[in-house]
Design a protein around this ligand. Sequence first.
Ligand SMILES: O=C(O)CCC(=O)C(=O)O
Ligand SMILES: [Fe+2]
Length: 212
Amino acid sequence: MRYLIKCANNAFNDIIKLLGSEVYIHQSRINDKFGFEGSGFNWHSDFETWHSEDGMSRMRAVSASLMLTDNNEFNGPLMLIPGSHHFFVPCVGETPDHNWKDSLKSQRVGVPDRKTLARLAERGGIEAPKGPAGSLLLFECNTLHASNKNMSPWPRSNLFFVYNSVDNKLVEPFAAKHERPEFLAARKNCAALSMHDDFPELANQGVPPLSV
Ligand SMILES: O=C(O)CCC(=O)C(=O)O
Ligand SMILES: [Fe+2]
């Protein structure tokens, strides 16, 4: 666990540099895919959802996915289209009320059309970063991504943290009637993060101080 915390702390510095400001956590979640059972996710951009349903104005967020189990070619690793973050792909359709109740299980609204997906995949290819438990994947919030179902006996479990710039806090949703709940889109708890302020005990455990 200390290794994971240390690894997250190092990434934290990089994310602050990438976004050029202090950050807070917009959303965190564990994406579990049990062996033989875990389902796949359709292609989407997380930013498209956060913009439409959460009122995130700009692409000033980075997702960090910490692999809690090995991610290999068989257990449904994340697939990403490199370079797709340069394009905002508008999605056809209206956001149904409380869409998150379904979209988190299977996203049907807010998914790009196939022609655009094919064009972007032809342009940038598709990559599926794999690695042992403890690996960390950072990706820009507008990158198109998806994953296949887990046909293998091995579970795939990833912990996601979404870091958003403090200069990009949520406003009213751009294409939904209601705000999503706080556990999906932080509006109250969004003070700038500081590892050591939040976890002073880490300083006594050999975790280096935050240097921006
Ligand atoms: O964990 C996955 O395979 C994809 C999950 C995802 O795209 C998401 O949670 O936004
Ligand atoms: Fe996603």
